[in-house]
Structure formats: structure tokens, C-alpha cells
Design a protein around this ligand. Sequence first.
Ligand SMILES: C[S@@+](CC[C@H](N)C(=O)[O-])C[C@H]1O[C@@H](n2cnc3c(N)ncnc32)[C@H](O)[C@@H]1O
Length: 428
Amino acid sequence: MIEIQRRAAQAVLDVLEGHSLSAVLAALWKRNPGLAGSDRAAIQDLSFGTCRMLGTLRALLDLLLKKPPTDREVEALLLVAIYQLEWTRAAHYAVVDFAVRTCAALGKASAKGLVNAVLRSYLRNRETLLTRARATEAGRYSYPQWWIAELAHAWPDDYLAILEAGNRHPPMTLRVNRRATTPERYLAMLRDADLQAKQVGPFALLLDRPVPVEHLPGFAQGLVSVQDLAAQYAAPLLDLRNGMRVLDACAAPGGKTAHLLELADIDLTSLDRDTQRMQRVRENLRRLHLSATLAGSDAADLSAWWDGRAFDRILLDAPCSASGVVRRHPDIKWLRRQDDLPRLAVEQARLLDALWHTLASGGKLLYVTCSVFPAENQAQIAAFLGAHRDAGVAPLTPFPNKTGQLLPDSRHDGFYYALLHKLPAAAG
Ligand SMILES: C[S@@+](CC[C@H](N)C(=O)[O-])C[C@H]1O[C@@H](n2cnc3c(N)ncnc32)[C@H](O)[C@@H]1O
């Protein structure tokens, strides 16, 4: 366990220094190809869990330390160790003992006494400390205070449920590839593999328990993809027909691109500014036996990639705060800053404005975010409609509500959808 605790603490330290947890872990796996699958899972659980509960953990550490921590490595180690003591079944004596020994391994022998004292004090006083840590909203819900305030303002009736959903473990949902099989047949294959699931959408199967994709029957052959139920609404909303020219403007890693291609025989251009992530699109399409024209470019820089032929349909899955998917990326809560929201809104508007030029008259553009902040969603679309007289809103079908906003719950992530219709020129 000592190595696992040390590596998890290093990953948490990297997050505290501003790095994305997924990228940090991906780099760790790459540097250590021999790391056992069970060790990877344990490091991931510990670092994800610590980030999920970081607001509470920091409040606890503030109560336990007389002055703010000066050594960030020791701080990260304490955060991980307190997480282990409170939220895992690890033996308490082992957690404390390993944390003390990790100090020495880190070349911080002078911190051994402090680490030992803090963790033992936590174990002696945990009830009182937890009650005191939960006296503030940030300590109770484990989100930055600005985030809680934004949600409370936007969703006064739902914000507590949104916060709680963001702190749960995410569900794992599959999208059945209708070109390859049916939900009924795939459910039977899952049962044969001792995996339980239920159908939650026309082609969506919710697994009782998440599993590594290698355990899914026929995954490598392209029978299914992993995709949240909320994300599975995107492609059908574009009512595709064979032969249409379609653009997926922010496509990587390719979940929605593949879904579009599963639905109809379309001429699809998939674009993303991140050329490395485009490799994931390539791999996904290969696995699913699908093809599209792929390009790496800033979608708003039309001169760099557009041949001037208009698209019948456009999917703009815009870069956003990802506030609807924090349970999948708990580090996001701590990496985002409040002033990222107006900055992101400007970028989303830039993409919307540019891509609107590439849409055929009578065509449709689906704007999507995995955010629950109105500045990126309802306010963004209201501003766009105000500035574009040739834009109208088309009804969302099939979709569970008229607002386009899905809040995260036990079945799906938080997503926003708006379907924009380009009115014929005479009406513009
Ligand atoms: C929400 S993710 C897309 C997820 C993808 N649609 C899927 O379903 O798998 C947003 C993507 O937008 C890309 N992106 C951000 N700014 C962009 C820009 N100006 N032009 C093109 N892509 C951009 C990011 O690299 C990222 O891959």
C-alpha cells in the first residue's frame, strides 16, 4: 500500500499545482508499464476519491494544523491519508505507518513527527472535526464556494441534488452499435459474461457495476461503445438522412462522431483542434468499422479547413467548464476558476458565430455542452439568437424535456442541448 499511497499523493499534488488528473495518471501509466492492473485501480481510486472530497479534506486539515501547510508534498500526503482513514476500509494503523514512512521516502524525514501527530489526532477527534469541517458549505459539499453559489443562484431547487450527484461514483453506460447488433442480443451476451445491465434508452444499457472495457464482450469488435446516456441524445437530435453533409466541429475523442456514423450513411467531417486527441477518434472509428474525413484545426478558423460547401447538419459539442461531469473528473472542481466561465462563453460564441456561416439554409446546428452553468447554456443561446436574425430554435425530439437542460442524476450526466435552425435567407 505504501507505493500506492505515495503515488496517489503525487497525483493529488500535481492537481493542486494545476494539472489534469486524467493526464497525470495517463503519464504515470506510460512511465510505469509494468504497474499491475490492481495497483493502477487502487491509485486511481485514491487520487479520484481525494479530489472528490478535497473541500472537506482541506477543511479538516485546516482544523488539524496550527498554521497553513508550507510543504505541498506533505500536504498532499496528509490529504490522501485522511481520505483513506475516513472513506476507505484500509487499516488505520497501516495508513498512518505508511504515511510516516513515505515522508522518509520523499526525503522529508523532518515531517515524520507532524504527519504522525496529525493523523493520530484525526483518529482521536474525527467526529468533532468532521462536524466542524462541515460547518461551511465548501467543507460540507466539497466544492469551491463560488461554484456552490453559482449553482444555488441558477438552480435554487436543485442545486443540492446537483452537488450530491457530482460527488457520487459515475454510472457506466453503453451505446449498442445498431449496425452490429441489437440491445436485446447484447444484453444476452452481457448475461453470458456474468454482467448485469438494464436498458435505459433505445440503444443505451446501464451496467449495474462499471467494468474495464476489456471485460465487455465484443468491445474490440465494435459491438458497443462507452457513452453516457445524456451524451447519447446528441446524434439522434440531428435527424440525419443518408447522403447528408455533416460536420462534427469538436469531435475528439469521437464518441458522438461514431454515433452519427452509426445512424446514417453520411458524409461526415470530424474536426478537433487537438491533433493528439484526434488519434483517439481514428482508433474509435477503426474499432467500429466506420469512416469520416478527419482534420485537426481550430473550427472557427474557416480558412484553415473549410472548402466552402455548406453542411446540412452541424454538431458543436463545445469546449466548456464540464461542470455536468465532475463525478467523472473530480479534479475539475479545483482546476476551474470562476473567471473561466466568461472566458469559455466568449470561446463558445466565437465557435457558434464562425460555424453558422458553414451551415446550409434550412440546416440545423446542435449546440451541446456538458455544463450546468447557464452562462454557457441558456444565456449563450439567448445571446446568439439576439444577434442572428436567421436563427430559430427547433424542438428537441427525442428528448426528455423542453428546456434542453439535463441535470446530473443516477442515470446520466449533466448536459445542455439547443437545436438551432437556419431560416431561409429571405426571412433573415
Ligand atoms: C466536449 S469535448 C468533445 C467530445 C466529443 N464530441 C465526443 O463526443 O467524444 C470538446 C472538444 O473540443 C475541442 N476544441 C476546443 N476548442 C476547439 C476549437 N476552437 N476548434 C476545434 N476543437 C476545439 C477540444 O479539443 C475537445 O476535444
